[in-house]
Design a binder for this molecule. Structure first.
Ligand SMILES: NC(=O)c1ccc[n+]([C@@H]2O[C@H](COP(=O)([O-])OP(=O)(O)OC[C@H]3O[C@@H](n4cnc5c(N)ncnc54)[C@H](O)[C@@H]3O)[C@@H](O)[C@H]2O)c1
Length: 471
């Protein structure tokens, strides 16, 4: 490769000291602008890497808009990457968002901002969306993919918070803490021991032994509980926990049953009259998973009949859109029944709501965004195929990374390889997800004129959604 250089806006080559450049990546139109990396610096990303850093552009040209008071950990990572970061405390209405998003390369949101097809169509420079939360249904994911915009979220940063809440609920239910506290708040002293238990030696049945269920397993054993679990997948037990063959086995043996399954067609309504029937008399149910998993009228019947000694619900089939006096019969017919039941802990979907979880979400999504912008890595993306190439070593200075987001149509790879085939392709990976495919290739010994040619040839293919060149 020629000495480190950059092309200015007219396409003239200028010598410079660094090779950390890219070809037309921030903008989706060919601006012929090459930049030297920012000297402004800022803090490095939290993980220090010995790999060669691919900087696709002058980092201070990357405009980031963070809405809804994104956690400071995320803001710091993106500022540390050298980007221009604007933070707004609230979400924006659609028309205002359309104005704001026009110049932005990266947007970070939480659950209130709606990124509709109309908004995304206005976002001419947008490369990537970060949902600093768990859910992504506020984004038109398919439309974003069709526009070549990757979307990241943070599905597991709050697992520990949920697991700890469940431990609290197990003890609170066993000791009827909710009721005692409510009574005393209203002036009633009610010292009882009947129906109150230690949790040591009791059996906890975990339904869904994933991120949350498995952490909970370790915590519960530390309190002297016996742990069994049911999962559709055969999973290695932690500690001395034991997997049961069927859901029925798990429910028949458990003193406490806690649900940690995802919301899928199979889990919708999976816990109803039959499952309550399988549970031990005087046992407890905890649902911190998704509201659709439990049939609420069947739960109410199980509580009223004395089959259950208590329950804790953090999630509901219908949940209010915001904070306020909304947990009443207008939300659903069963709300008043739930509110009237004894030893039923009701919490407003706070399982994952802790300062630590918010901070972890900020870090995870912030890092995913910077990795995507700087290296093209889509691991963890929710609307694109997950593709990554191993990092370049510092001596691979003349290596170009090509990222080609394209429509997944027959014959496309042959055409791409006609463009790349004359070069020394070190490594290449491609994967598709529905109608969109993502290709990454590292090409060595490329000079600047070839970069331009490759970019133009790929952009001219009818399958092209977006081409990025990092080097
Ligand atoms: N209350 C909250 O604030 C809160 C916070 C985070 C997560 N959640 C919810 O908790 C649930 C679990 O989250 P996670 O991160 O542990 O998920 P996960 O994907 O890591 O684990 C889910 C487990 O459930 C198993 N599973 C799937 N279908 C099943 C079925 N029909 N029967 C038995 N097992 C089944 C899977 O094999 C997997 O092991 C999800 O529904 C998630 O939305 C709630």
């Amino acid at each position: 490769m020629a000495p480190a250089s950059e092309l200015d806006i007219q396409g003239t080559r200028k010598t410079q000291d660094s090779v950390s450049n890219s070809w037309n990546t921030v903008s989706s139109s060919p601006t012929l602008a090459f930049h030297s990396p920012s000297n402004a610096g800022g803090a490095p990303l939290t993980r220090v890497s010995t790999a060669r850093q691919l900087k696709p552009f002058a980092t201070e040209d990357v405009k980031v808009l963070l809405l809804e008071n994104v956690n400071a950990t995320g803001v710091n990572i993106l500022r540390g990457a050298g980007y221009q970061v604007e933070c707004v405390k609230k979400s924006l209405p659609e028309d205002e968002l359309i104005q704001k998003i026009k110049d932005v390369h990266v947007i970070g949101i939480r659950s209130k901002t709606k990124l509709t097809a109309r908004v995304l169509d206005a976002a001419q420079h947008l490369l990537v969306i970060g949902c600093f939360c768990i859910g992504t249904n506020q984004v038109d994911l398919a439309h974003a993919a069709r526009r070549g915009i990757a979307v990241f979220n943070s599905p597991f940063s709050n697992s520990r918070s949920v697991a700890e809440l469940v431990i609290g609920e197990v003890i609170a239910l066993a000791r009827q803490l909710g009721d005692r506290s409510t009574e005393l708040h209203s002036g009633t002293w009610n010292k009882v021991s009947a129906g109150c238990w230690e949790v040591r030696g009791k059996t906890l049945g975990i339904v869904g032994y994933g991120h949350i269920g498995s952490q909970l397993s370790v915590l519960a054993e530390a309190m002297g509980m016996t742990v069994i679990y049911y999962d559709v997948v055969n999973l290695m037990a932690l500690g001395v926990a034991r997997q049961t063959a069927t859901l029925k086995d798990c429910l028949e043996l458990s003193d406490f049953v806690t649900l940690h399954v995802p919301e899928t067609p199979e889990t919708t309504g999976m816990f109803g009259e039959q499952e309550f029937g399988w549970m031990k008399k005087g046992s407890y149910l905890i649902n911190n998973a998704r509201g659709s998993v439990v049939d609420i009228p069947a739960l109410i019947n199980a509580m009223r009949s004395g089959k259950l000694a208590g329950a804790a619900l953090d999630v509901y089939p219908n949940e209010p859109g915001g904070n306020g006096d909304y947990f009443n019969h207008e939300l659903s017919a069963w709300v008043d029944d739930l509110r009237s039941l004894k030893n039923l802990i009701l919490t407003p979907h706070i399982g994952g709501s802790t300062e630590e979880a918010q901070s972890a979400i900020g870090t995870e999504v912030g890092e995913a965004l910077a990795r995507y912008v700087n290296e093209g890595n889509t691991i963890g993306a929710v609307n694109m195929p997950e593709v990554n190439l191993r990092s370049l070593t510092p001596d691979q200075t003349a290596t170009l990374r090509v990222i080609y987001i394209h429509r997944n149509v027959p014959g496309v790879l042959r055409k791409v390889n006609e463009v790349l085939g004359n070069h020394n392709v070190d490594k290449q990976m491609t994967d598709s997800r529905g109608e969109v495919a993502y290709l990454m290739a590292d090409i060595s010994d490329v000079d600047q004129n070839e970069i331009k040619e490759i970019w133009h040839s790929l952009e001219e293919l009818t399958s092209c959604i977006r081409t990025r060149m990092l080097y």
